[in-house]
Write a protein that binds this ligand. Sequence first.
Ligand SMILES: [Zn+2]
Length: 181
Amino acid sequence: MIKAKEIFGDTQIHRKIIEPHRTLEISQNDFPFGISIWGSNSALLWTSSKSEEYGIHVHAYAENNIHPTIDETYDKVIIDGILLDVEMVRIYIVQNSLPYLKGRIKVLKCSKCGNNHFDINQNSYTPHIEHYCENCGEIFKTHMKTIGNPMDKVIAELHKFTTLSLNHSDITDYYPGLEGR
Ligand SMILES: [Zn+2]
């Protein structure tokens, strides 16, 4: 839990974070060897004196699957017309690396206004029954303790634009030490 709290930024440590002010707009068709995205969740691992860039890190492979054609951090990423929310991606990637959250991350819709529910802050790493809708103020309940993140729906939408299979690579491939045991 402490690790999770640190990853989600609930710590006393303040670090200079730079917004890269870069926009990427691409089509999956142009990258037949695939695209990887992950959040710049480097709070635990940032040891360089270089300031951390806040955003979505993208590897996109046009020529082969070894050397990415695009290897950069962006604060705005649009793939096949679908805008990716930076916080949603960042939080989703970490949520999927934490074993105690397995099966708890759900696509939830507010029962009153139908808005896609996105849990942030403490709610993003603590499964819960009562969900407060930021859009209309409704409190709706889920049968089991869950966390709302619409990212699975976004990924399903993105998947319509490619014949490549979805590979949920673990964040620990990139950031060893986040296993969360
Ligand atoms: Zn609502």
